[in-house]
Design a protein around this ligand. Structure first.
Ligand code: GLY
Ligand code: MN
Ligand code: MN
Length: 435
């Protein structure tokens, strides 16, 4: 993505702030143990406004008659760069990323008072990180102590995330291009995993197929820990141990998505380990598929956020009644919530830099917000049937979810992930080696 786009985002944020200063730190490095770190992942808000992916960096954005963006980042360091790799350094970052000024992160404490002084408001994500909360409160206290010299601390602290959330909700053409690529890589990973699956294999072997496909296309990490859940494991919604053996006759649920240039894909497919759905598996699968089709039909501009969930729920609950899993009328089961035994999550979420992306689902009046072109969301109904005395045994341990990623267009929506085999016929044919 061109640095101009990040610059425009900073200007757009400043315009909404009116007068004041925003302080947006990136994420800290996380220690795995002793001196080993987890692979570094920047903070999504910071990255959205900068495109800068090094740790130990802070953006200060001054809004007013003149907008100014200042980056504090790590200095160049000959020795550390030999051990850990390249650093832009303030001068390099200023030039490459288009900041107005850039300084060493070591100068933040000494420069911050001057920057905060007499600003009417500070836009900061108070409560997001205890270390930063403490640091910021310390600076504000020091400034307040100087009131008699005519220096005022910002009178208000506002959560800067609320403004950025709204911006992040509508993806730009450049963001959509990356998300399409992330989706396509993830489609190929699911195709590969489906084709590799054989009874007797271990869940982690299939996870390896998925990760292999992500990485060989330039995705350096999955967007979230992959779920590779055979048989009963699919009824554990956040199953990630992925260590069991796959059995013929069971289904395999894979929920995996790559992260590409910071953006997530999020696909789930469920398919038979031996390549052929049993009659009951097919019935439940086709119910979830019908629920997903009904939900996707509700994803269009002007339609409210919850319409897709409501559409999926109506289909699923009628199916649960028809299968004898729930008793009573459609209205009665919806009202009592008995269906939650088998469908306990919602039908989707925003998707973007975070897999569960930023953005409110309701507007200020507490109504579900209407969808708008450029929003990206998942559509992911499911059905999870645990063994129970009142559940016919044929249904036990069937766990199915079907998840696609949709971008709202001017007419309806575009499914970014449709290349992953999805109908019973497509899955069985793909697993049998047909194109
Ligand atoms: N993979 C996380 C989710 O589907 O929400
Ligand atoms: Mn999802
Ligand atoms: Mn998912």
């Amino acid at each position: 993505m061109q640095f101009e786009e990040f610059k425009q985002r900073r200007q757009a944020l400043a315009a909404q702030m009116g007068q004041g200063i925003a302080l947006i730190p990136t994420a800290p490095e996380a220690t795995r143990n002793r001196d080993s770190h987890y692979p570094y992942r920047f903070d999504s808000y910071f990255y959205y406004l900068t495109g800068f992916d090094e740790p130990e960096a802070v953006l200060l954005l001054i809004a007013g008659e003149q907008t100014k963006s200042i980056l504090f980042c790590r200095d160049k360091h000959l020795e550390r760069e030999i051990w850990d790799g390249f650093r832009h350094g303030p001068a390099g970052a200023q030039e490459k990323f288009g900041f107005d000024e850039a300084y060493s992160i070591d100068e933040l404490d000494q420069r911050i008072a001057e920057l905060l002084a007499n600003q009417p408001s500070l836009h900061f994500s108070l409560g997001a990180d205890a270390g930063w909360d403490k640091r910021v409160t310390g600076w504000l206290k020091e400034l307040s102590a100087q009131a008699r010299s005519g220096i005022a601390a910002p009178a208000a602290i506002q959560d800067v995330r609320r403004l950025i959330d709204e911006m992040r909700l509508i993806k730009s053409p450049a963001e959509l291009e990356i998300m399409r690529k992330a989706a396509q890589i993830t489609v190929q990973a699911h195709q590969r995993a489906m084709r590799a699956t054989q009874p007797g294999m271990m869940e982690y072997e299939i996870e390896a197929e998925v990760l292999h496909e992500f990485m060989r296309h330039g995705s350096r990490a999955p967007a979230y820990t992959s779920i590779v859940a055979g048989g009963a494991n699919a009824c554990v919604l956040h199953y990630i141990s992925n260590q069991d053996q796959l059995k013929s006759g069971d289904l395999l649920l894979i929920d995996a998505g790559c992260e590409l240039s910071g953006y997530a894909a999020d696909i789930t497919r469920t398919f038979p380990v031996n390549g052929k759905f049993s009659a009951v598996q097919k019935d439940v699968y086709e119910l979830v598929l019908a629920a997903q089709a009904a939900a996707i039909a509700e994803v269009r501009p002007g339609q409210h956020w919850n319409a897709a969930h409501e559409a999926a729920l109506n289909i699923l609950v009628q199916g649960f009644i028809d299968f004898g899993l729930c008793q009573g009328s459609l209205e009665g089961v919806l009202e009592s919530g008995d269906y939650r035994r088998f469908y306990m999550h919602r039908t989707g979420h925003w998707l973007g830099l975070d897999v569960h992306d930023a953005g409110e689902y309701k507007n200020a009046a507490e109504n579900w917000r209407p969808l708008m072109p450029g929003m990206v969301l998942t559509v992911e109904p499911g059905c999870y049937i645990r063994p129970a005395d009142d559940v016919p045994e044929a249904f036990w341990n069937i766990g199915i979810r079907i998840e696609d990623n949709a971008v709202v267009t001017t007419q309806g929506c575009d499914i970014l992930t449709s290349g992953a085999p999805k109908t019973v016929q497509e899955i069985e044919s793909w697993m049998a080696g047909h194109e």
